[in-house]
Design a protein around this ligand. Structure first.
Ligand SMILES: [Zn+2]
Length: 63
């Protein structure tokens, strides 16, 4: 499983996250509207300690 680079919402530092499984592989920084089916993950920024939330979606669920 390859990691995905995201930016911290607070300080902008990039960090890497690994998808929770092979199904939910698309990382969103905010939930969709309506939220739908997702897996939530918390990742603390190593620079500012902000706890970023990553919302993992199935790629085919996007619109
Ligand atoms: Zn940060």
């Amino acid at each position: 499983m390859s990691s995905i680079a995201l930016g911290c919402l607070k300080c902008g530092s990039s960090y890497e996250v690994i998808p929770p499984d092979g199904v939910y592989t698309e990382a969103h920084s905010k939930p969709n509207d309506p939220p739908g089916d997702f897996v939530e993950m918390k990742k603390e920024c190593f620079s500012c300690k902000n706890k970023n939330t990553i919302y993992w979606y199935k790629p085919e669920a996007k619109q």
